[in-house]
Each structure stands twice: as structure tokens, then as C-alpha cells.
Design a protein around this ligand. Structure first.
Ligand SMILES: Cc1ncc(COP(=O)(O)O)c(C=O)c1O
Length: 381
């Protein structure tokens, strides 16, 4: 049977790293995992308890396509708490992770062949999902002086139907300031491009607060998730805020594509939203790890790093050390016992000379990983 040409998307290279790390562990080696993009903590305790109670009393069948009304309302309240934004709960759509929200938003906003701008480096699935849906991802090569984020001038002459940004971003952790975000949104509006803001790492910020696109304009799709700050990756629940006149369109697509996000996960997510103390505890660990990375990576010899404003990543330019990040990551795994991600997943052009280090694991792991990296680099020099 033939496959569609749309389906020929690239695999995640990080999966190869994870597999190599798994094999090394199987062979008895101890590996420090700096390649993973997820918290090592589970869902907050009260979220697990809420689900346990619901299992006894609720059949947990389909919810309505837009999600549990109580959860949509609680998310709207979060916008008041986090950003002082007054949000109509009717605009909140519960999705199967932010990944589900990408499929819904791209389908609702773009036609086949439409060009959609994405930052490079950036989260690889934007590119692959757009391609799989028959749209054309347009890499915007970002500059270190712009915190590796797109700027308004990048849109000129690109004929974009959409622009997708993430702040804090994966793999860089860099954020867009309010003026930077506003200028991009304005440029997108002038160019007739729909604006999508991936805000999945909000809540995981260290020096300044992340800005939501909704502080600037209601004419945007805002995507978020319970995967990162709320520490619920495998539960597959996220959300999207869309302009009022787009809700019905999204509802119709969601009904047909997903029916609903997992009901059990929605119950747990609702309870997770009131677990501030536990979640801030997780954040405190990331903050400590981040500081260790900011001290330890340059000491080890990784000196060119993007400003890690948020998320749990440090992105390093290693062009002075290698022209082949994939081979370099394999060497680090083999000789130092530390798994890191080559930049190629995030930036097809320049990723051969970059690495992403994640600090989402325990502080003990980060300390050990940094010590191993320092020893490895000292021998290599
Ligand atoms: C920037 C970004 N957006 C979206 C996702 C997907 O997350 P979800 O688990 O909500 O589908 C990730 C996962 O790592 C990510 O880094």
C-alpha cells in the first residue's frame, strides 16, 4: 500500500539518543538524563486523589468536545491570577495536550499549501504537524541578539498565512518581552497572518514573568498544557484560548477529530490547578538546577548559551567544539555517561553545531551530570 507524501515527516532524533541511553543502562551503565523534555515528578498529589475519588463515583464517559465546563472556568480564572486578564470561559477549549491543540488550530486556521512561519530553532513537531496536514512550514532563522526569537522584520516578503511563536521556547528557554511579543503580533496582523502563541512553559520562568499574547490582543490562538508546570505529561490534557467567533469552528473540528480530551485527565487537571504549593516546590528545584547549569556549563567549556529565561533547557552553541552535534552527543553519552540532545531536531540548518541540555531532573542528577561533563571536556581539550 502506498503512503501519502504528506506522511513522510522526520523522526525525533532525541528518540535515538534516548534509545542509546536505554541500551547503555541495559548494559549496566549509569546514565544521567539531560536529554528529556519532561518533569521527573508525577502529577500533583491532590490531582491523583481527585481522580481516585472520581473512579469510584463517575463513569468517566465522553465529556463535551470543548471540555468539562468546570475546568474551562478554572482555566479562565487562572488568566486572572497569572496575568490579570479577564477571560470568558467560553473561549477556553480543552485539548488532548498542546499537541492536540496544534492539530485543531492549524486545521481551523490554514488551508493546504498555506505558509506558516515558525522560529528556528524551535519545537520540531510544529514543522512536522504542519507538513502532515499539507501546509508549508517556513523556518525563520532567528538571531542570538534577538534571544533566538523571531522579530517583526522576519515576516517581510514571506507571504505567511500564520506565525507560531513559543515563549519560553523549546529548545532555548528564551522569552519574548511584552514589547517584542506586541511587535510580532502587530506585524503578523499587518501581514494578514494568524498568530499562534505556544505558552506551554508558562509558570516555569525565573527572572521575569512570561507574557501571554492575551495581554496584548484577543486576536490570537493561545495554546497551553498541563504537561510542564503542572507536571502531567502522560495525561494528555492541554488547552487553547481562541477568539470568541472561532469557538464554534473549533468545537466542530474537535467533535470529529477527538470527541474530547481524556475525561479522567480533565478531572485530575482541575484538581492540579489548586496544587500551587507542590508545583512551586517543583519550580524551586528547577530554579536551583538552572543556577547550577549557569555556573557549571561555562566552567566545563560550554560558554555560548542562549539566555535561559524559562522552561528547563539550556541551548548551547558548540560550533567551536564540533560540526556534528549528533556524533558529539553520542561521544558525550559514550564517554561521560550523560545523555544530551543534538540541535538537529530543532534547527535543520544550524543544529549540527548546537546541543540542548535539560535540567528537569533532580538536583543530585544535575550536579553529577555537570561533574561528568567537566571531566569529559577536560580530557577532550
Ligand atoms: C514547546 C512545546 N510545545 C508543545 C509540546 C507538546 O506538549 P504536550 O504534552 O502538551 O502535547 C512540547 C513538548 O515538549 C514543547 O516543548
Amino acid at each position: 500500500m502506498r503512503n501519502s507524501s504528506r506522511s513522510k515527516v522526520d523522526p525525533f532524533i532525541v528518540m535515538d539518543v534516548m534509545e542509546a541511553a536505554r541500551k547503555a543502562e541495559e548494559a549496566g551503565r549509569h546514565i544521567i538524563h539531560m536529554e528529556v523534555g519532561q518533569p521527573s515528578t508525577g502529577a500533583p498529589e491532590a490531582a491523583r486523589r481527585a481522580l481516585a475519588a472520581a473512579l469510584e463515583t463517575d463513569s468517566l464517559g465522553y465529556t463535551v468536545a470543548l471540555g468539562l465546563p468546570t475546568l474551562r472556568k478554572r482555566i479562565a480564572q487562572l488568566y486572572g491570577e497569572w496575568y490579570n486578564v479577564d477571560l470568558n470561559p467560553e473561549r477556553v477549549v480543552i485539548t488532548p495536550g498542546s499537541s492536540g491543540a496544534f492539530i485543531l488550530s492549524f486545521t481551523a486556521l490554514f488551508d493546504s499549501g498555506d505558509r506558516v512561519g515558525i522560529g528556528a530553532p524551535g519545537y520540531p513537531s510544529y514543522r512536522q504537524i504542519l507538513s502532515a496536514l499539507g501546509m508549508v512550514p517556513v523556518d525563520i532563522e532567528t538571531a542570538p541578539e534577538n534571544r533566538l526569537q523571531p522579530v517583526a522584520a522576519d515576516l517581510r516578503g514571506q507571504n505567511l498565512a500564520g506565525l507560531m511563536v513559543a515563549s519560553p521556547a523549546n529548545p532555548t528557554g528564551t522569552m519574548l518581552s511584552k514589547p517584542a511579543l506586541a511587535s510580532l503580533m502587530e506585524a503578523a496582523a499587518e501581514a494578514g497572518a494568524s498568530f499562534i502563541s505556544d505558552e506551554i512553559y508558562h509558570g516555569l520562568e525565573y527572572e521575569a514573568k512570561a507574557v501571554t499574547a492575551l495581554e496584548i490582543s484577543d486576536e490570537a490562538y493561545v495554546i497551553n498544557s498541563f504537561s510542564k508546570y503542572f507536571s502531567m505529561t502522560g495525561w494528555r490534557v492541554g488547552w487553547m484560548v481562541v477568539p470568541e467567533d472561532h469557538v464554534r469552528t473549533i468545537e466542530r473540528i474537535a467533535q470529529n477529530m477527538f470527541i474530547c480530551a481524556p475525561h479522567a485527565s480533565q478531572v485530575a487537571a482541575l484538581a492540579a490547578m489548586d496544587c500551587t504549593e507542590e508545583l512551586q516546590g517543583n519550580l524551586a528545584v528547577y530554579a536551583k538546577n538552572r543556577q547550577l547549569m549557569l555556573d557549571g556549563l561555562p566552567k566545563a567549556g560550554f560558554t555560548k548559551i542562549a539566555p535561559p529565561d524559562g522552561a528547563f533547557y539550556v541551548y548551547a552553541d558548540v560550533s567551536d567544539l564540533t560540526q556534528d552535534s549528533r556524533a558529539f552527543a553520542a561521544e558525550i553519552l559514550e564517554k561521560a555517561g550523560v545523555a544530551v540532545t543534538p540541535g538537529l531536531d530543532f534547527d535543520p540548518k544550524r543544529g549540527a553545531t548546537t546541543l540542548r541540555f535539560s535540567y528537569a531532573r533532580s538536583t543530585t542528577d544535575i550536579e553529577e551530570g555537570l561533574a561528568r561533563l567537566a571531566r569529559f571536556m577536560a580530557v577532550r581539550a
